[in-house]
Design a protein around this ligand. Structure first.
Ligand SMILES: [Fe+2]
Ligand SMILES: [Fe+2]
Length: 294
């Protein structure tokens, strides 16, 4: 992959930016609505403060994620005929993804997944929820197939219809060829109001890909978490409600329940895989066949 397609030193840079944009909600107790410091934080200009690498990442993402590009990637990857792997094999494979300039963090992709799952487990959530934490980023193996970062990570949005004004770095859509297509620039674009998100094509990335890998094996709540965990314009900013049906709205409560575990549970404590392995072996066996198609 050319470096032009790899502006981020590490995939984590995008998620660090998300954390700056959406700071971890403070506990209600002791919250001072009038705190001047709080206000400053809320009104920070995230775009201006973003690292150049993150800015370049969004520029490429918004320029290249067209309706046509997404159709092409769906054809290319959703036949799921690349590899057959067990969940552990896929986790190990993902873990070979070594980011270029990552001197400070010794945490791997697998560490992030285990930390997410363990936090969900500690909070007493159902077993499928824990399993979702463990696998939710497995779709990032797209990077190992040589896909550019902007087609693997980044907050997702519907394509083939107008871009919400709330999407960060909105101005970069000016270079997206879909800008010239009047149908794609209408609010509903190629879709119908209330048709349900399942009918709506999202910008291409690790969420949609993994959804197709696991869709026969997990409950709907888990599948929504996996498929829409990067759809921040909807689960954070309440956008695109006009495409949702009642099921989507109900299920998005679960997407929102999952989100804090994904974003705010990173700690420097490395999970002990040896200790955790038996629990997760059993959990994986409970839901998945020996091999999954990727
Ligand atoms: Fe993710
Ligand atoms: Fe994640």
């Amino acid at each position: 992959m050319s470096d032009a397609n790899k502006p981020l030193g590490t995939l984590d840079e995008w998620e660090d930016f998300l954390k700056e944009r959406y700071p971890e909600p403070q506990p209600v107790q002791g919250f001072q609505a009038t705190s001047p410091e709080k206000k400053k934080e809320q009104f920070r200009n995230y775009e201006a403060d973003a690292r150049p690498s993150v800015r370049e990442f969004y520029r490429l993402n918004h320029q290249h994620q067209t309706y046509g590009f997404v159709q092409q990637k769906r054809k290319e990857f959703l036949a799921l005929n690349r590899k057959q792997m067990s969940v552990w094999e896929a986790l190990d494979y993902l873990n070979t993804l070594v980011d270029d300039s990552d001197p400070d963090t010794d945490l791997s992709q697998l560490d992030h997944l285990l930390q997410t799952a363990e936090q969900i487990r500690n909070d007493g959530h159902p077993r499928w929820f824990i399993l979702t934490g463990l696998i939710h980023d497995l779709g990032k193996i797209l990077c190992l197939y040589g896909e550019p970062q902007w087609a693997v990570v980044g907050d997702t949005f519907p394509v083939g219809c107008a871009w919400s004004e709330k999407i960060v770095f909105h101005q970069f859509f000016d270079s997206n060829p879909d800008k010239e297509n009047s149908r794609y620039q209408q609010q509903l674009g190629v879709y119908e109001a209330g048709a349900g998100l399942d009918k709506v094509c999202m910008s291409w990335g690790h969420d949609e890909y993994l959804y197709h890998v696991v869709k026969d094996y997990l409950p709907d709540e888990a599948l929504y978490m996996i498929r829409y965990h990067s759809f921040d314009p909807a689960h954070r900013d309440g956008q695109y409600d006009y495409f949702m049906n009642d099921k989507d709205r109900k299920m998005f409560d679960w997407v929102r329940a999952f989100n804090p575990y994904d974003l705010y549970t990173k700690s420097h404590q490395k999970p002990n895989l040896m200790e955790l392995r038996p629990f997760y072996d059993e959990l994986i066996r409970e839901y998945f066949p020996e091999q999954l198609k990727f």
